[in-house]
Design a protein. Structure first.
Length: 125
């Protein structure tokens, strides 16, 4: 394949890498929210944000992996140092992404329980 194709694959991979990095950062901000201080109305909003962020993390993680495979295939053995650097960057980011996604899932479950508790409490009033 041509150098133009290699440049394109690198560009697309970089976009997915940056998008995944942004979602991991956004997920971290969601994790910093004090769920005990939320109102009943805020529960569903935060849960929506959690689900959206988890979905984007999953999609971008898969797309990044696919583009990295294409890049490695296109590059072949021409630049082993670059291949190792890409693998290390992707591995580190993917680990962070999986960790944030797992924690978001846990917080989502906690929110669901808290929301049900608050709804029962409101009905008793």
């Amino acid at each position: 394949m041509s150098g133009v194709n290699l440049k394109y694959i690198k560009g697309v991979r970089t976009r997915f890498f940056n998008a995944l990095e942004k979602e991991v950062c956004d997920g971290g901000k969601i994790l910093d929210v004090d769920i005990s201080a939320l109102s009943l109305e805020e529960y569903s909003y935060i849960r929506k944000q959690i689900n959206e962020c988890k979905g984007k993390i999953d999609v971008y993680n898969k797309k990044l992996s696919n583009q990295s495979e294409k890049l490695a295939e296109e590059q072949g053995d021409t630049d082993e140092e670059l291949t190792n650097k890409i693998f290390q960057e992707e591995s580190t980011l993917s680990e962070k992404a999986l960790s944030v996604s797992y924690k978001l899932n846990c917080i989502g479950e906690d929110l669901k329980e808290s929301e049900m508790f608050q709804q029962k409490k409101e009905k008793r009033r």
